[in-house]
Design a protein around this ligand. Structure first.
Ligand code: ZN
Length: 181
């Protein structure tokens, strides 16, 4: 749950970071930036801002913004019928993005949000700077975080079915609820 005031505030911060990264946005586009709190009601700690450039039945392109010290909770994109699940390529535009996948524990720069150790199982750290990119296979657990720099990055993927994403934290609901004041 997030208040309308907070929602607009986070949208505006994300729009400013996208523009600072050199990507132009119209005002109408800035107003379409989605602020996601994963139902955890503490978007500054666990959340993400998403600007969808397009999403067809087969492919999508987004610009994602992580505010300083914000973490996107661990999740994965499961198979759906004959589809093996969403395959996604991330490319960093600005800032630093710490990305976590299964593998050897190399967690050094990032941190697990306090009290959420059981909800963040991936500890293999990939520190990504502008122009770094990685392709994540379908059905692979991952989470990511921006340090104080924040991060702006592209996400190119096969068809998006956010509603079917699976999360390690049982408290998560993908739909953000906005409360009008
Ligand atoms: Zn993902």
């Amino acid at each position: 749950m997030i208040t309308r005031h907070e929602y607009t505030h986070f949208q505006q911060r994300a729009a400013a970071m996208i523009r600072e990264a050199g990507i132009r946005l119209t005002e109408a586009e800035a107003a379409r930036i989605e602020v996601v709190d994963f139902g955890l009601s503490r978007v500054a700690v666990e959340g993400v801002q998403v600007f969808t450039l397009f999403a067809t039945d087969r492919i999508s392109a987004k610009v994602l913004v992580m505010l300083p010290n914000q973490t996107e909770p661990e999740h994965w994109h499961p198979p759906v019928g004959a589809d093996p699940g969403k395959e996604e390529t991330i490319r960093v535009i600005a800032g630093t993005l710490n990305f976590y996948v299964p593998g050897e524990d190399t967690l050094q720069h990032g941190w697990i949000p306090a009290g959420k150790e059981h909800c963040y199982t991936c500890r293999h750290e990939i520190v990504m700077q502008p122009c770094d990119q990685l392709t994540l296979p379908p059905n692979t657990k991952h989470w990511f975080q921006a340090p104080a720099s924040g991060a702006v990055f592209y996400s190119f993927s096969t068809c998006v079915r956010d509603g079917l994403d699976r999360f390690s934290d049982p408290a998560i609901v993908r739909q953000t609820r906005i409360v009008e004041e």
